[in-house]
Design a protein around this ligand. Structure first.
Ligand SMILES: Nc1ncnc2c1ncn2[C@@H]1O[C@H](COP(=O)(O)OP(=O)(O)O)[C@@H](O)[C@H]1O
Ligand SMILES: [Mg+2]
Length: 223
């Protein structure tokens, strides 16, 4: 078993101000997403799934409340510490893959670690092997299919052995069959390593695989 961290939300709220009007997307959420488990966040488009994932990764800050990852209150860290924490301890998989088009597949996987001053080419290659794409290491991302690009993104998210994987509708931009294969790979890779996985999805097919399911309802979370 590897490292894993629980995610704890304490009174987490997020409001946006638009045209002078306050718009409350998340209402004082309290929840624990358990370490080493797969938690699914479900709810229709616009209910706040991405907003919550961005608060957990520290890309965004809540209007109120705190997010804990393991014993670290990520919402209370200074900007630089929060960025370093995210880079070292969190892996993120996005709906639109977010690969850098001017870098090769291998360079995309090693980039996060190179930014941290410890590029691990061998580890990146090992991850590419695990997602079945070692043979495409020197290809540019636009030569790959959507499913292959998402597999590269999964390799990138896991290459630095993070405690927590966040996935925001990772199959939302793939056809159902490819999406199912990508999901299976992501689950297998996170389960095998005992990682904490929090995934936003509007696909009900995924729910039978989840250890816990939280649904958004009027800006609140119901388990
Ligand atoms: N930067 C922003 N400014 C204003 N409103 C936003 C912003 N980002 C998201 N929202 C609003 O927050 C709500 C939740 O969005 P989001 O978290 O993207 O939902 P989901 O991921 O569940 O589809 C939506 O009503 C959206 O319009
Ligand atoms: Mg979203």
């Amino acid at each position: 078993m590897s490292n894993a961290a629980a995610v704890r939300l304490e009174g987490v709220a997020r409001e946006y101000v638009e045209g002078g009007e306050r718009h409350r997307v998340l209402h004082a959420l309290d929840a624990v997403f358990e370490a080493g488990r797969f938690t699914a966040l479900v709810g229709k488009s616009g209910c706040g799934k991405s907003t919550l994932l961005n608060l957990i990764s520290g890309i965004d800050a809540p209007t109120e409340g705190d997010v804990w990852i393991g014993d670290v209150p990520i919402t209370r860290l200074a900007d630089r510490e929060r960025t370093l924490f995210r880079r070292d301890r969190i892996g993120i998989v996005f709906q639109f893959f977010n690969l850098i088009p001017t870098l090769t597949v291998l360079e995309n996987v090693t980039l996060p670690q190179e930014l941290a001053g410890r590029g691990r080419r061998d580890e990146a290659m090992r991850q590419l092997e695990r997602v079945g794409l070692a043979g495409r290491a020197s290809a540019m991302p636009d030569r790959l299919s959507g499913g292959e690009q998402q597999r590269v993104a999964i390799a990138r998210a896991l290459a630095h052995d993070p405690d927590l994987i966040l996935a925001d509708e990772p199959t939302g931009n793939l056809d159902p069959e490819t999406g199912a294969a990508v999901l299976e790979l992501l689950l297998e890779m996170t389960r095998a390593a005992g990682k904490t996985l929090v995934m936003a999805t509007h696909s009900l097919d995924i729910l039978p695989f989840a250890d816990a399911v939280f649904q958004f309802s009027g800006g609140r979370l119901v388990q």
